[in-house]
Design a protein around this ligand. Structure first.
Ligand code: FUB
Length: 352
């Protein structure tokens, strides 16, 4: 891992000096990587203590062969990052949580998120348990940079991957989660996991697509308060998006932000590589599909978070500029704009 991280760094030093030699050459990427000496992905960004804190996945070269289950995303810990501003220096606070310190964990620490309430920081993380089933855990710290201490068990009722926690203006917090294919969401029926279930989706092309999940969080932020519900995404006619609608249906990587009193559920369409938005009047949905707001990045996965900083909106995302390998990603940030009609303006992550 260290050797690879060093080689990413060397590659960048090389390209930096090339850029110095030819200042007229335009980068093919919209934004540069935020950090170059480790690989990072799935950035969940928050404003804590007057700074931007980023909770990303920490990609490594684990040598695990690539497959549709995502076994090649074999991450072992999280590094927490912070910045004073979007153009500022990135501080790497080191390891905030490691798989070896999570008593119930097996393998693959995937996309995390964080929240703050009542003087405590919470880190939510998906990891496979010792039976190779993804669950969501929570760890706590008094400092946004950690180190975080994991609770002894996964959150009861949690399943699948990609937790994203949103705290509404009334103080209630909600967790959005789930991902199909390697995220295993399609293997859960009536609260039971089927280890021999589909490797992709429901396979029922003309039926409503599998939904992301949402649950209200308890006051102590450690458990779900009430039932886990489906995040319904409907089209302009109020019809649920179908399994076969790969350009629009939910795949993974949910995020929630509120703008002008509306709730924006944003997500990745996975195998079609778009970021899409759907807008609703309640944090629990339903949400009406609005469109693609980011075209595909370089690399298979696309994952994001959206944050307002001093009245301006930003999207944190990743691509594979440093490595050109789908499992060794690097995080980025760029501006995000809400159009006058409330939709999100389309972002082109690669210059043409
Ligand atoms: O980083 C591993 C997985 O790749 C994430 O959980 C997904 O959202 C995708 O980015």
């Amino acid at each position: 891992m260290m050797a690879l991280a060093a080689s990413a760094c060397q590659q960048n030093q090389k390209s930096a000096s090339n850029e110095t030699a030819d200042t007229t050459k335009k980068s093919k990427y919209l934004s540069p990587p935020l950090i170059k000496d480790i690989y990072t992905a799935d950035p969940s960004a928050h404003l804590f203590e007057g700074k931007i804190y980023i909770y990303p996945s920490h990609d490594i070269e684990a040598g695990t062969p690539e497959n549709d289950n995502g076994d090649h995303f074999d991450m072992r810990d999280y590094h927490i990052l912070s910045m004073d501003s979007v153009t500022g220096k990135v501080t790497d606070h080191g390891v905030g949580l490691s798989v070896k310190d999570i008593p119930w964990a097996g393998r693959q620490l995937w996309a995390p998120d964080a929240a703050f309430k009542n003087g405590t920081y919470y880190l939510y993380f998906p990891v496979k348990d010792k039976n190779d089933v993804f669950r969501i855990g929570v760890a706590t710290a008094k400092n946004p940079a950690g180190p975080f201490k994991a609770e002894p068990k996964p959150m009861e009722g949690s399943l699948s991957i990609d937790p994203a926690v949103f705290t509404d203006t009334d103080g209630n917090s909600y967790m959005y989660f789930g991902g199909i294919w390697g995220g295993q969401l399609q293997r859960w029926n009536n609260g039971k996991y089927d280890a021999n279930g589909s490797k992709t989706d429901s396979g029922k092309e003309n039926e409503p697509a599998i939904s992301a999940k949402v649950a209200k969080l308890s006051k102590d932020m450690l458990s779900f308060d009430g039932a886990v519900k489906d995040v319904k995404i409907v089209d302009a006619n109020g019809k649920e998006l179908l399994t076969k609608d790969h350009d629009r249906r939910f795949f993974e990587g949910a995020w929630m932000h509120k703008f002008n009193g509306k709730y924006y559920f944003t997500y990745s369409t996975g195998d079609t590589h778009y970021l899409a938005s759907a807008i609703g009047d309640s944090p629990m949905g339903p949400f009406t599909y609005q469109g693609t707001f980011m075209n595909p990045v370089q690399g298979w996965t696309t994952h994001h978070s959206i944050l307002e900083i001093k009245g301006k909106w930003y999207i944190f995302y990743h691509d594979t500029e440093l490595s050109n390998k789908t499992h060794l990603r690097n995080i980025k940030v760029t501006a995000l704009k809400h159009n006058a009609d409330g939709t999100i303006a389309l972002i082109e992550p690669m210059n043409k």
